[in-house]
Design a binder for this molecule. Structure first.
Ligand code: MEV
Length: 323
């Protein structure tokens, strides 16, 4: 039986999570953790999905997508999207393997969705182009979290480091060489969070306090603009300060927790130039910008408190066919 494997990267939002949902500029990097999806031709009329991360084996009845179990509903939504566009729908075995921590705000769901869409369409010789892959991944994200800004689908497809504003094409950022002296450290608090709940919480707060929070959204947008310049210049000190300010804005909209504050301040105390929540917050991960000489101590301190900590590489490749 023929098969195709595609993979897509995790992401870390550097600036602008939540604010991007209402149109502010966001800055995001692909990181060197990947979701791999192997699609193999099969007989019958279903997709059989194996995923340890999603809890085992599931089936999608291709003739009755509505009956799909909740954990794999995003796959069914992609199939529906392909059907509506007259792509060939065929039975297959889908094997998902990923080293991206789940529910940590690191883009595991978008990476899985884009890798699945590419491998499924490539197997029958009609791989979607990047724009279509983004659209299909947004469909999966709507199923998973209700109101995605599109930042996760765009980074999982395009990779690199990008500036993103909803409704606009993403713009690639070339990171200054000076930043090669610095590492981004990710620490997952291990507290599973739900993006949908966090996004709804923030949108509700923003609508009830619009006169106040409009200013915070404007500040976040301005912060991302300055961050792009600092990234291009390789100005780590400014980037660190902007990360700290961004963390303060995220705390202002209510998505920090005592555990996340502890990790953010642990990183700063151990020598990080800046640290902040990454992703939806209310659990999940933080990121810290650290000079390479200080990385071992920052990693050590974070490992004492967080179940998963790792330095990551920026600018990883977007979704691609591996074999
Ligand atoms: C989730 O990775 C980032 C959020 O801004 C939601 C979104 O942009 O879709 C919280």
């Amino acid at each position: 039986m023929r098969s195709v494997t595609a993979s897509a990267p995790a992401k870390a939002i550097l600036f602008g999570e939540h604010f991007v949902v209402k149109g502010a500029l966001g800055v995001v990097t692909a990181i060197d953790l990947r979701a791999r999806v192997k699609v193999t031709e099969d007989r019958g009329s279903s997709l059989t999905i194996y995923s340890r991360e999603l809890g085992g084996k599931y089936k999608i009845n291709l003739n009755n997508l509505e009956s799909t179990p909740k954990p794999i509903a995003p796959f069914a939504r992609i199939i529906k999207w392909l059907k509506e566009r007259d792509y060939t729908i065929y039975p297959a075995i889908v094997e998902v393997k990923s080293n991206i921590p789940l529910g940590a705000g690191l883009g595991s769901s978008a990476a899985t969705a884009s890798a699945f869409t590419l491998s499924y369409t490539a197997l029958h010789g009609a791989p979607l182009n990047q724009r279509e892959l983004v659209e299909a991944t947004i469909e999966a994200e709507i199923e998973a979290h209700g109101r995605p800004s599109g930042i996760d689908p765009n980074i999982s497809v395009h990779g690199g480091v990008i500036a993103y504003r909803p409704g606009h094409e993403p713009v690639g950022i070339t990171v200054g060489r000076e930043l090669s002296e610095y590492k981004l450290v990710v620490a997952d608090s291990g507290l599973k969070r739900n993006t949908k709940t966090a996004v709804e919480f923030v949108l509700d707060l923003a609508s009830r306090y619009s006169g106040v929070l409009d200013h915070v959204y404007k500040a976040a947008n301005e912060l991302s603009k300055r961050a792009i310049i600092a990234l291009e210049r390789g100005d780590a000190t400014t980037l660190g300060e902007l990360m700290n300010i961004n963390h303060g804005l995220l705390a202002a909209i209510g998505v920090s927790t005592p555990e996340l504050e502890d990790l953010v301040y642990t990183a700063r105390r151990a020598g990080a130039l800046g640290s902040k929540i990454t992703g939806a917050g209310l659990g999940g991960a933080i990121i810290a910008l650290v000079h390479k000489d200080k990385t071992p101590i920052v990693v050590q301190e974070l490992r004492n408190r967080a179940p998963w900590t790792s330095p990551v590489k920026l600018g990883e490749s977007g979704v691609l066919v591996e074999s």
